[in-house]
Design a protein around this ligand. Structure first.
Ligand SMILES: Nc1nc2c(c(=O)[nH]1)N[C@H]1C(S)=C(S)[C@@H](COP(=O)(O)OP(=O)(O)OC[C@H]3O[C@@H](n4cnc5c(=O)[nH]c(N)nc54)[C@H](O)[C@@H]3O)O[C@H]1N2
Ligand SMILES: Nc1nc2c(c(=O)[nH]1)N[C@H]1C(S)=C(S)[C@@H](COP(=O)(O)OP(=O)(O)OC[C@H]3O[C@@H](n4cnc5c(=O)[nH]c(N)nc54)[C@H](O)[C@@H]3O)O[C@H]1N2
Ligand SMILES: [Mo]
Length: 759
């Protein structure tokens, strides 16, 4: 059997494995935070920077979208927020000399980790057609190049404008305005790969595609179900909210194929007890098979329907539509099928039911574990059914809580970053600015890749992110990107998307959240919206990483002026000079932002309206909250295969790799690992420490391969495996997407574990 790691980067390919942890945060997290921060920023800058994260006069943490509590602690950040800040506030620099010394071909052989570790981009850089190196370019020339290429397009729909979710409301609003004045709705965004399934399911069933709980609701809940989410790593500040909820009497059920340390026990570094034993969070752990959630929630629905007095009949009568049909379908749910789909026992489900029936106020939280499957939209609709049955939407302490990823991904959507904008939004734009925005839908991420692949799109522009690494089917995506005439990235840090380019390429370096933004009218701030629809200001404090950086709003304004010229009806110059003038326009276009400039001055900001939450009003097609009764689906895995989920380690932020450890899961010094249940491994003839290639098998008959993964015996649900993203994106077929939302099914990839050849 192969037991030697394959050749390659010796550090990355030498994972060491220890027992997984059963508690998150605590003292080790503090030590780890400071170590990583000081490596990047030095001691003084570390303290200065970390103390203004999430403070009322500071900047919004560029980590996750979890909201800030009203009474903020002096250190209102977490280990992973600190890592995100350190990445941005690093003192390392990627200069023109760096590019002069390394060709693009050379950079394309480096790992994403290595690229990211080189530091902040300092100058606009240009890769001419046929060129081997990026060379420095003036901002004027850079905008000329984009304008030249746009002028050469057959139609504005041959251009793609991608957004990653760190972009501020102001920049996002301008960016969509530019794309639409140019004449296209091609605004794919990271949300297409993230919570699109949540948005699709919630808009249809409750009429608003966002979560219906505020932070206070967490503290009022009797029961919080956390399904398909790993908050210990990805939303660590949520653990404090869960701890507080528990102290107030709430119970917690987690639904996950993996036992995640953060949900087992939380050692809150802000409390004395947290530094010793910490608090147990989970009351019940349902170790579900990947993709079994719809079946689970359907069966729970059946059991509620069949329990005398369990359904909130008054609520169902007054506020919902489709109950009868749902109840009929739910009654037909089958225990045996559910046990097969979920891998749970009858006792597990009965215990959960007892907790559910004892709860007057239930919240369901979820993230990527539910959104990235073929049947994700149906799964989330099932959660809505489950909550509606007991009247758990639109009252304190209850509701739906899709926990968003990027710190402003929800705000970007509110600002109109969407390839399928609502007609009402376009009407408002038209009324405010006096041009006719295009009405035809644009491309989402998957369709954008196809358009590049097929030659239907020729220009790719990214406002942040790392499209090439974040997207599915890496080989297909990279080949598609290389067909573009021009690829442009507005970025803070170097990443793979800069080195897999179109015929020409530009890197436009920009300010990060942490940095001071000075414009014609003085120092500016921007605004963001968190996962719970709270809008607040974010003010950078640090000196910019280089004097050549432009802010994202400034880049859009200058680009728009150059591309649209005299024809534009938008006052781009004024917007660049004073962001308050952008907010005045947002106030007139986007509902809920009335009086924006005044209200955002309030400490802590303001909440956007949410009809189901605030007034139990459901702005759907039926005017009520809709029950739905979709057929039950779950992944069927052929003999000898496992179902692979692609997820995050503790030391990464999406495609940004902070380090090579995944502390809570006991993995050190390597990322090419595949976590497999020991019994499955045994049946497949594999032992802990053996090396395999992951081979994805999809209906198109193409075998996609990721080579050289160390097998790690891990207590995941039977039949399931896990490995890190983005190394495994090569395995996710472009066409394997969720129904309706078109989100890549990155959490259910059927793979064969093929023993890798000994060398
Ligand atoms: N430090 C850090 N913070 C982050 C990020 C980061 O990379 N690093 N990314 C940000 C972004 S953009 C996002 S979207 C969020 C992501 O936050 P998460 O969704 O927590 O991220 P993942 O690592 O993808 O974890 C998915 C979780 O779902 C579980 N799961 C997988 N499949 C299933 C299933 O079928 N059913 C159930 N019930 N569970 C399942 C996995 O075991 C895992 O616990 O985090 C945000 N915050
Ligand atoms: N297989 C698999 N694939 C996935 C996922 C998965 O779970 N599995 N998750 C998906 C999810 S949930 C998401 S959200 C996407 C993430 O997709 P993206 O948002 O595209 O990727 P990131 O890795 O977050 O982007 C990192 C880059 O953003 C740039 N950046 C950072 N801060 C700023 C800033 O302030 N301004 C600008 N302009 N640039 C900045 C830096 O250059 C950095 O290299 O990936 C998706 N892909
Ligand atoms: Mo995300």
């Amino acid at each position: 059997m192969a037991s030697k790691p394959p050749k390659g980067d010796p550090v990355q390919d030498a994972p060491q494995v220890a027992e997984p942890k059963h508690a998150a945060a605590g003292l080790p997290a503090i030590g780890h935070t400071l170590r990583i921060a000081q490596q990047q920023m030095g001691v003084k800058r570390t303290m200065l920077t970390l103390l203004s994260v999430n403070q009322k006069d500071g900047f919004d943490c560029p980590g996750c979208a979890w909201p800030e509590p009203d009474h903020r602690h002096k250190a209102e950040f977490c280990e992973n927020g600190a890592k995100a800040v350190a990445e941005e506030a690093t003192l390392r620099r990627v200069t023109p000399e760096f590019f002069a010394a390394r060709s693009v071909a050379d950079l394309a052989t480096r790992s994403g980790y290595w690229l990211g570790q080189q530091g902040r981009l300092t100058h606009p850089m240009y890769l001419p057609e046929g060129g081997e190196h990026y060379e420095p370019v003036s901002w004027e020339r850079a905008f000329d190049i984009v304008a030249e290429e746009i002028a050469g397009l057959g139609s504005p729909d041959e251009a793609l404008f991608y957004t990653s979710g760190r972009t501020s409301n102001e920049a996002a609003f301008l960016y969509q305005l530019f794309a639409r004045e140019l004449g296209t709705n091609n605004l794919p965004d990271c949300s297409n790969m993230c919570h699109e399934s949540s948005g699709s399911a919630l808009s249809e069933t409750i009429g608003v595609g966002k979560g219906s709980v505020l932070l206070e609701d967490m503290y009022k809940a009797d029961l919080i179900i956390v399904a398909g989410q790993n908050p210990g790593t990805n939303h660590p500040r949520m653990l404090s909210a869960l701890e507080k909820a528990k102290a107030g009497g709430a119970r917690i059920i987690s639904v996950n194929p993996l036992p995640e340390a953060g949900l087992e026990r939380f050692k809150n570094p802000q409390t004395p007890k947290g530094l010793t034993t910490g608090a147990a969070l989970n009351d019940l752990f349902l170790q579900i098979r990947i993709g079994g959630d719809q079946a689970l929630f359907r069966l729970l629905g059946k059991l509620i329907v069949e329990t005398e007095g369990a359904v909130d009949e008054a609520f169902v009568r007054e506020h919902t539509h489709g109950y009868e049909e749902f109840a009929k379908t739910a009654r037909a749910a089958d225990w045996d099928e559910t046990l097969a789909a979920t891998g749970l026992t009858r006792a597990d489900i009965e215990q959960a039911l007892g907790m559910i029936l004892a709860s007057e106020r239930t919240i369901v939280c979820w993230a990527m574990g539910l959104t990235q499957h073929k049947h994700s939209v149906a799964t989330i609709r099932e959660i809505v059914n489950f909550l509606l049955l007991r009247g758990n939407i639109g009252r304190p302490g209850a509701g739906v809580c899709p926990v968003r990823g990027h710190s402003n991904v929800q705000g970007d959507r509110t600002m109109g970053i969407f390839e399928r904008p609502a007609p009402a939004f376009l009407d408002a734009l038209e009324k405010e600015f006096g041009f006719a925005p295009p009405r035809e839908h644009g491309y989402d991420v998957v369709r954008a890749i196809r358009a590049l692949r097929d030659g239907d799109a020729k220009l790719f522009f990214a406002m942040g992110g790392n499209f090439v690494s974040a997207s599915p089917d890496t080989a297909v995506t990279e080949a598609a990107m290389r067909r573009a005439r021009l690829t442009v990235h507005v970025s803070t840090k170097l990443n793979r998307s800069h080195v897999v380019t179109g015929a020409r390429a530009l890197i436009l370096p920009t300010l990060g959240r942490t940095e001071r933004d000075l414009q014609g009218s003085g120092e500016q701030f921007v605004t963001v919206e968190d996962s719970m629809g709270m809008v607040h200001a974010s003010r950078g404090r640090l000196e910019p990483a280089s004097t050549h950086l432009l802010s994202e709003p400034a880049i859009v304004c200058r680009l728009a002026r150059r591309v649209l010229g005299e024809d534009s009806v938008v006052p781009w110059e004024e917007f660049e000079k004073d962001y308050a003038t952008i907010r005045d326009r947002i106030a007139r276009v986007v509902p809920g932002f009335e009086d924006f400039n005044a209200r955002v001055e309030r400490p802590g900001g303001f909440a956007l309206p949410h009809a189901p939450r605030d007034e139990r009003r459901f702005p759907t097609a039926t005017g009520k909250a809709n029950f739905t009764a979709a057929p039950i689906e779950y992944p069927k895995v052929p003999e000898g295969r496992v179902l692979l989920q692609t997820l995050r380690s503790h030391d990464q932020y999406n495609t940004t790799i902070y380090g090579l450890d995944d502390r809570y899961r006991g993995i050190k010094n390597g990322r090419r690992v595949v976590l497999v249940n020991p019994e499955d491994a045994g049946q497949l003839g594999l032992t802990d420490g053996s090396y395999v290639n992951l081979v994805s098998e999809w209906q198109d008959g193409v075998e996609r391969r990721a080579a050289g993964f160390r097998v790690v015996h891990y207590p995941t649900a039977r039949g399931c495996a896990a490995a890190y993203y983005p190394e495994t994106n090569v395995l996710v077929p472009l066409d394997a997407t969720a129904d309706t939302s078109n989100t890549p099914a990155s959490k259910s990839v059927v793979v064969r574990l093929e023993q890798s050849a000994t060398d």
